[in-house]
Design a protein around this ligand. Structure first.
Ligand code: GUN
Length: 293
């Protein structure tokens, strides 16, 4: 069994980005600039946005954090999105999700200029990805593709089961793994809350991507010998032994599943750090105007 060290790979990727940024600045180009909008004080979102700002520093990007209280109206948020769309200094920006219930997330996502949509959530980016055109690809699935690539994991012709059908992870992951590319060329099955015989589906899989947000869902008897298991779960569960009062729990029962795997990602330190560095990569591409002029 080989542990996939997402933290180490992410560190390496960020150094590669920093070197490219240094070369850009040397040539007189401006530093890529990422802006992030954070609404409210959700603990997870606070942590993720802080990590994104920190990663910008490591990569040599300019970053701007824009905070609003959770009583902001949808119109006020849309006005800020319009302002960032029109700000020539901002290369890319994100609106951290989830948003308070009174704000329609889809309205906000569609208001973002797709050329600055470094999260890759805008329908134009999602559509372009689905037909294999250059676009911003959403960070978590792209980070997983990078891990598969850097660990030389064979995907061509493999049977891949994705647990979860979210717009952010499950659906784009299925799109990427089935496309004609390396990594890619998989036969993909997407399982969700209405799937019958999930256990049987999983037992046939060469690669399992667990992304349904149910701590410890994937057990040893659901995994075939030699499978590759990627754990996207990051649920906060109470843990009095931690200073923070919680720990992050993946969707995989790691201790019993790991011995059966050829490769497995831990939580934390697997997919999470890669998600952030994929966002950094998209920001670099935005700064370079490499995808859209
Ligand atoms: N919430 C959970 N993951 C993400 C992400 O990748 N981007 C944004 N904007 N919000 C998220």
């Amino acid at each position: 069994m080989q542990l996939i060290d997402g933290k180490a790979v992410a560190g390496q990727v960020k150094q590669e980005i920093a070197a490219k940024v240094a070369a850009m600045v040397e040539k007189g180009m401006k530093r890529p600039h990422l802006a992030a909008i954070l609404v409210g004080h959700d603990g997870g979102s606070e942590t993720y946005v802080a990590a994104k700002v920190k990663a910008c520093e490591v990569c040599g990007f300019k970053s701007t954090l824009i905070r609003f209280e959770s009583d902001i109206t949808e119109q006020e948020l849309l006005d800020k999105v319009a302002e960032l769309n029109n700000d020539p200094d901002v290369d890319g920006f994100i609106v951290q999700l989830p948003l308070p219930r009174h704000i329609n997330e889809q309205h906000v996502i569609e208001a973002i200029d797709y050329r600055k949509d470094v999260d890759g959530f805008h329908p134009i980016n999602v559509g372009r990805m689905s037909i294999g055109l250059p676009c911003f690809i959403s960070a978590t699935p792209n980070g997983i593709m990078e891990l598969l690539r850097r660990y030389g994991i064979e995907t061509c012709g493999k049977k891949c089961v994705i647990l979860g059908r979210s717009n952010i992870v499950g659906k784009p992951m299925a799109t990427l793994l089935m496309q004609k590319s390396n990594p890619g060329d998989c036969t993909v099955t997407v399982c969700h809350s209405h799937t019958m015989n999930i256990k049987e589906e999983c037992r046939q899989a060469d690669i399992i991507i667990a992304a349904m947000g149910q701590p410890g869902f994937l057990k040893a008897d659901m995994v075939k010998e030699g499978a590759v298991v990627i754990d996207v779960g990051t649920t906060r569960v109470p843990d009095t032994s931690k200073k923070s009062g919680f720990r992050l729990s993946g969707d995989v029962q790691f201790d019993e599943v790991a011995p059966k795997c050829s490769f497995i990602t831990p939580v934390p330190g697997g997919v999470g750090p890669m998600t952030i560095c994929s966002l950094m990569n998209n920001t670099l591409l935005a700064g370079q105007k490499a995808i859209y002029k």
